[in-house]
Ligand binder design. Structure first.
Ligand SMILES: Nc1ccn([C@H]2C[C@H](O)[C@@H](COP(=O)(O)OP(=O)(O)OP(=O)(O)O)O2)c(=O)n1
Length: 120
């Protein structure tokens, strides 16, 4: 399966972290890019994408939630940069042998203990 056909199949799914991780593994394998996907390279690539994400917000001043005044093209760009950060993060976790869903769930529990709810 190539290009647009692959994208249509992906767009219809609400993928979880493990599925995304598998897609990224396949993406790297198909291009013989596993050799470049070392922990350090992936971390630097992710930080680079965080920089690109920051550029979108740079010099705009504070931004209202939901980005009501933004052009659709700017929102699409934002979605792409957020995705780049997420995808590199998922790939980094996978390459490091970290189960990100499990680690994040445990961290939420840890956060709740550290910062108890005022309403509970
Ligand atoms: N060695 C690589 C290079 C790219 N990607 C994937 C992960 C990111 O989702 C996306 C990043 O691609 P680019 O480096 O082309 O970055 P941008 O999409 O941000 O393009 P540009 O920097 O031109 O805006 O591609 C990857 O997995 N491994």
């Amino acid at each position: 399966m190539e290009g647009e056909e692959k994208m249509e199949t992906l767009e219809k799914k609400d993928l979880g972290l493990k599925e995304l991780s598998k897609k990224l593994q396949e993406f790297a394998e198909e291009r013989d890019w596993e050799q470049y996907h070392s922990p350090r390279n992936l971390l630097l690539a992710m930080v680079g994408e965080v920089g690109e994400l920051s550029e979108i917000f740079m010099w705009r001043g504070e931004v209202a939630k939901g980005l009501p005044n933004w052009k659709e093209s700017d929102k699409q760009h934002l979605g792409e940069e957020l995705s780049d950060v997420l995808l590199y993060l998922i790939r980094l976790a996978d390459i490091c042998g970290i189960d990100l869903a499990d680690a994040a769930t445990k961290k939420i529990v840890k956060n709740a203990i550290k910062y108890p709810s005022k309403t509970a």
